[in-house]
Design a protein around this ligand. Structure first.
Ligand code: ADP
Ligand code: MG
Length: 895
């Protein structure tokens, strides 16, 4: 930013202070507190007026020319700050740090907090059902250290992953802000814009904060440990650097020691199935692809949670499907129990609804932002725990027992809050009215004194009326004059001499007396002492509760889990889901499978269930053909969604589902399905295809939807063909694959490859028109129906007729003369059925070979057993063969 103000001569002392503070916070919009306003100057003022629509004024602060200025009243801070942060700005809140009344000269000011997208914690800034993640990233030698924190909940974890997996991880975690080192290897270089990097706030932070020693020191100090071995991170390197730097960034921004970040957890990604970014996006797990499709996501169907914590955990579970059968079964057991026991489920739902967001409450309590209402909310939530434990007690499953245990033992804390804080405390912490009677003797005495004083004043009205004979005499109070006696004009003559005149009104006059002022001083003094004493008592209770931080965090996690189980049980019961069977082999067998989202949205068309069988000896790759709009994409997606749901521990929309665990999910959707994204997509499409071919394993599940559509038909078919061939024949890369295509030419693949199976989405032809019946059946589609779709769309009849002619011509050329699919030929393979010398050299019957030289070589080769050769022997044989080649044929014949 241009710092023109600093170069101006004759700045007022206040502007000098402003400029100094601004220089310390150059990358922020500085909100400078002046009395009841936050003011912004110079460039900040212009930004604020643009983003917030504030009027830009200017003020001559002693400078030669005017300083741009914009401001808003202090109570509007949340609203305006929120909008600046959402617009990607970082704001520094600069407060008056001493009482202006007591200040000598200029009031001291300081930045008390910096707020950016990833460091916002106030409820008004962040969505309650989403985590607000900030990521610290550092890359070294192909390894990325990724540290994740949600400042509002205290969640803090770290992982080390291959650099190539970084973009996948970023899409999965979906952070609001990313912190990366300023200088050194840029971890974000080359990450595709496709995955939303443009929309994320990227913050460059001092490179040295990412140094190993510095980072380690920050972590050791925060967690009060002598070495990181105690935390289990001895083998970490980039992870430590990322976590340490992130933590020091957060502390700097919040000017707080962030004690609610009570542990650093290794994020063992090996526990979870991988989801490539394209899968998260295309299966619309959390966000709709087209932002206008509100509700069209898996989370919108599954999330029936009652608490904010449950909502956040549900999101994490959806993007982190498990890979271990026992862990999945444990979750399914809980869902099953809650699904069957309608009574318990109803009971638990009622109880969960009474629980506040204790995870964020304890965060606010620990970093000293909580008010008395937060403490009350915590207490009310803790009071629900024993009822939950009791409701859960008949169930002896491991997971449920774990949940119960984490909810036990908070009775004393709840009681402690209840005994200290009144039932409906005010928002403000500075005006008293928070602490119950009986908590502090001193407080009660002052309260009584102040109340007695007030009573005395109240009785004064009666006494003075009697003494003066003025029946309309009133005692009043205002902030400027304090207590006063008011007498109307008509009665002024009756006022005694002891009254001191203070103020004249239209209809009367106001007086005071020395006694009244004396009592007033007592009352006001008591009230001041009262509120500061109440504040002290409140803060001490808040600090005490902060000591329960990690226990309450565990309880919050338990509540979240129970909430997710209950939610999954509810949707399973309401929508007729079944419990999936988790298999250790690689088969997926789903009967009467539905698309969880579309079945909820279909209003005018009943959703038609379909079977899906993939994996095993004859169905590794399912090739699905059918005309446009038949339901291919839907079928593909529902199968993958069901596997994801099963592995997160959910029941699934099917009559029966057996899921051989999936290690990685891949999705590739043909370019033209996403024209709305406005990208040149063929390259992206191919990058994603490459990623699949390079990384898929036998346990993966791949969806290929119209691959190759982004280029010309011949190119497209060729690429699609080659990809299918590769997935079929490459050892260790034989993923279970659903391959949807409207190129019905590809169905010939099944003629050639045993594990490729044709399926098609059935349509009915009627009067040369098509009717979609949405049924997926064995076998291939006999043609593309493109022409029928064209007719459906109103293309003129002559054009349709001509297209049919051309189609017939093209189709007649599809088979080679020996009735093999023309597409299947390899290079060098003949285009006629005549064998050639080249291909038949060694494989045809011996009499075909007339060349004595070759005959000789063949004899020699036949005697060699390659497996038993030493290198020297091999060389000798090679020499002999060469000699045989060099020998003229005539000589051989003579032999
Ligand atoms: P395709 O990929 O073959 O072009 P889509 O999968 O995009 O077709 O489906 C086209 C439309 O048909 C979608 O709007 C979808 O809602 C509907 N649909 C698909 N499958 C079914 C089904 N099994 N039952 C009912 N409607 C379906
Ligand atoms: Mg489609």
């Amino acid at each position: 930013m241009k710092q023109s103000a600093s170069t101006k001569p004759n700045l007022t002392p206040m502007m000098r202070q402003y400029v100094a503070i601004k220089q310390q916070n150059p990358t922020t919009v500085l909100l400078y507190r002046m009395g009841d306003f936050y003011e912004m100057f110079n460039e900040d003022a212009k930004t604020a007026s643009r983003i917030l629509g504030l009027t830009l004024t200017s003020r001559n602060h002693g400078g030669a020319d005017a300083t741009p200025l914009a401001g808003f009243p202090y109570h509007a801070l949340d609203r305006y700050a929120n909008r600046l942060v959402k617009a990607g700005y970082r704001i520094a809140i600069c407060e008056q740090t001493e009482d202006p009344k007591k200040a000598k000269g200029l009031v001291k000011r300081d930045v008390i907090e910096i707020i950016s997208a990833g460091t916002a914690t106030e409820t008004s800034f962040i969505d309650e059902k989403s985590n607000n993640y900030i990521l610290g990233i550092v890359v070294n030698d192909g390894t990325a250290g990724v540290s994740i924190c949600d400042l509002s909940t205290g969640e803090f974890s770290v992982e080390e992953i291959e650099k190539e997996k970084l973009s996948e991880e970023i899409v999965r975690v979906d952070p609001a802000e990313i912190i990366a080192a300023d200088g050194g290897e840029d971890p974000l270089a080359g990450l595709s814009e496709e995955n939303g990097f443009a929309q994320r706030v990227i913050t460059r932070y001092d490179g040295w904060k990412f140094d190993r020693d510095n980072a380690e020191e920050v972590l050791k100090c925060h967690f009060s440990v002598a070495s990181l071995q105690g935390l289990g991170f001895e083998s970490y390197e980039t992870g430590i650097r990322a976590a340490g730097a992130l933590l020091s960034y957060l502390k700097e921004q919040k000017k707080n020691d962030l004690r609610h970040i009570s542990s650093l957890i290794p994020r063992t990604l090996s526990r979870y199935a991988e989801l490539d970014p394209s899968t998260i996006r295309n299966l619309e797990l959390l966000k709709p692809i087209h932002s206008d499709d509100k509700g069209g996501t898996l989370i919108s169907v599954l999330d029936r949670t009652c608490t904010a914590m449950g909502g956040r955990l549900m999101k994490r579970w959806i993007t982190h499907p498990l890979k271990q059968a026992p862990e999945i079964s444990d979750r399914l057991d809980c869902v099953e129990w809650l699904k069957k026991d309608v009574f318990v489920r109803g009971e638990i739902e009622l109880l969960l609804k009474q629980i506040f967001d204790i995870e964020r409450l304890i965060g606010r309590i620990t970093y000293e932002r909580a008010n008395a209402r937060d403490l009350s909310a915590l207490k009310n939530s803790l009071n629900v725990f024993p009822k939950i434990v009791k409701t859960l007690s008949p169930k002896s499953n491991n997971v449920i027992r774990g949940i119960s245990q984490n909810l036990e033992g908070f009775e004393d804390l709840a009681l402690r809050i209840d005994e200290t804080i009144v039932d409906n405390p005010p928002l403000s912490l500075r005006e008293g009215g928070i602490i119950r009677k009986g908590v502090s003797q001193e407080l009660d005495e002052i309260k009584e004194a102040s109340q007695n004083g007030k009573k005395w004043i109240a009785s004064l009205q009666e006494t003075e009326r009697k003494n003066t004979g003025i029946s309309s005499l009133k005692i009043g109070f205002n902030k400027v004059f304090g207590y006063y006696i008011e007498v109307s004009k008509a009665n002024i003559s009756l006022v005694p001499e002891t009254y001191i005149r203070k103020q004249t009104l239209v209809n009367g006059e106001r007086f005071i007396t020395p006694e009244l002022k004396e009592m007033e001083e007592k009352i006001l003094g008591a009230e001041e002492r009262l509120s500061s004493l109440e504040y002290e008592l409140f803060v001490s209770l808040r600090t005490e509760i902060a000591g329960y931080c990690s226990r309450i965090q565990k309880a919050a996690e338990a509540v979240a889990m129970l909430d997710v189980f209950t939610s999954l049980a509810k949707i399973a019961a309401d929508s007729g889901y079944c419990r999936p069977i988790i298999r250790e082999d690689s088969n997926i067998i789903i009967r009467e499978c539905r698309h969880p989202v579309i079945e909820q949205m279909s209003i005018d068309e009943q959703f038609v269930p379909n079977d899906a069988i993939v994996g095993g000896k004859d169905a590794q790759i399912i090739l699905i053909t059918g005309p446009n709009m038949a339901g291919k994409s839907t079928y593909l997606r529902q199968n993958a969604l069901i596997a994801i749901m099963a592995q997160m521990g959910s029941f699934v929309p099917a009559a029966k589902a057996e899921i051989g665990i999936v290690d990685k999910f891949f999705t590739r959707v043909g370019a033209s399905d996403r024209l709305a994204r406005g990208q040149s997509t063929f390259l992206v499409e191919m990058i994603e295809v490459a990623n699949i071919l390079n990384n898929a394993t036998d346990r993966s599940l791949v969806l290929l939807d119209e691959v190759g559509r982004g280029t010309s038909t011949f190119d497209g078919i060729s690429i699609a063909w080659a990809v299918a061939e590769h997935l079929h024949k490459t050892p260790k890369c034989r993923p279970r694959t659903f391959f949807a295509t409207h190129y019905h030419e590809l169905t010939e693949l099944a003629l050639l490859f045993p594990r490729i199976k044709n399926m098609h989405v059935k349509v009915k032809e009627w009067n040369d028109k098509i009717i979609f019946v949405r049924k997926v059946e064995d076998g291939s589609c006999d043609h593309s129906y493109g022409i029928q779709v064209a007719r459906l769309a109103g293309v003129p009849e002559p054009v349709i007729k001509r297209a049919k002619e051309i189609l017939a011509n093209l189709e007649s050329m599809e088979l080679t003369p020996d009735h093999k699919p023309a597409l299947a030929r390899h290079d060098g393979e003949t285009r006629t059925s005549e064998p050639t010398m080249q291909t038949d050299l060694f494989f045809q019957s011996p009499q075909v070979i007339k060349d004595p030289q070759l005959e000789n070589i063949k004899k020699k080769l036949d005697t060699i057993e390659i497996n038993n050769l030493t290198p020297i022997e091999a060389l000798n044989h090679l020499a002999e063969i060469k000699k045989a080649v060099d020998t003229p044929p005539e000589q051989l014949l003579e032999d």
